[in-house]
Design a protein around this ligand. Structure first.
Ligand SMILES: Cc1ncc(COP(=O)(O)O)c(C=O)c1O
Length: 244
């Protein structure tokens, strides 16, 4: 996020929505100086920052950077976390950490908009956390996803280096691959679909319909062997379509 540009371009903004630990969909991490600049801007403009920390648990090698919420000395940050990724998407539980002044209006809004989160799931999760199982589960899932990401990257490097430039990230549960010149992204996506890949065009996530030749590959739901053999099969299919 270019804070200087955003502050100039949207000088009347009252709220900024951001995913600083893992920008969706490209996967970049907001640096500490930019975090501090954003907090500065929010304080000076009396604006709110909505920090969607939807997958900070999936940081693989580098140290986590402190959340905006933890760096904020002026109560400008509304922090959101979710259990959709670590537990499962249908779990439908998340949480907010809000500045004290917003606590009452948020409680009221929650009551009027959605007063009944599943009690059973909340009680079971609370016990899961209290007994230390959740922290262990996070470590285990993080390692599994890291291994799956490595398997995906190695397979792309081995079988499809002529087709894709990988957008490197050391976090998250998907990887963005840029399609090199000379290849038709629609044909690649069609082949991915036939092979059952979790693949989506990057353009789906653009506000303006720009011609971004990149594909998001989700690998978290597949084991390493399946990932490697699927990339290999994709390369075989594409070799028939694009013989060298
Ligand atoms: C950017 C972003 N924020 C938040 C979430 C989590 O949403 P939920 O807690 O409703 O599953 C996701 C899920 O994929 C996401 O991509």
């Amino acid at each position: 996020m270019d804070i200087t540009y955003a502050a100039k371009q949207y000088s009347h903004a009252k709220l900024i929505y951001t995913t600083p630990s893992h920008q969706f969909p490209l996967g970049t991490t907001l640096s500490l100086p930019r975090r501090l600049a954003l907090l500065d801007w929010a304080q000076q403009n009396n604006a709110w920052i909505f920090e969607d920390d939807y997958n900070s648990e999936f940081r693989f090698s580098s140290k986590p950077i402190q959340a905006l919420q933890g760096l904020d000395n002026h109560q400008r940050v509304i922090y959101a976390g979710t259990f959709s990724k670590m537990m499962y998407p249908g779990f439908r539980l998340g949480f907010l950490v809000v500045p004290e002044i917003l606590s009452e209006p948020f409680t009221m809004m929650k009551y009027y908009s959605d007063s009944h989160c599943g009690y059973l799931e909340q009680a079971a999760l609370a016990q899961f956390i209290q007994e230390g199982h959740y922290a262990r589960h996070v470590r285990k899932i993080r390692k599994i996803c890291h291994d799956r990401q490595n398997a995906f990257l190695s397979a792309i490097n081995l079988y499809l280096p002529h087709l894709f430039d990988v957008q490197m990230t050391d976090s998250g549960i998907h990887t963005v691959c840029w399609v090199k010149a000379g290849y038709d992204i629609r044909i690649i996506l069609e082949q991915c679909q036939q092979l059952g890949f979790g693949a989506q065009p990057l353009s789906r996530y653009c506000i303006e319909s720009r011609n971004h030749n990149a594909i998001l590959f989700g690998y978290a739901a597949h084991n390493e062997n399946d990932i490697i053999s699927s990339v290999k099969r994709l390369s075989e299919k594409l070799t028939n379509l694009y013989p060298t």
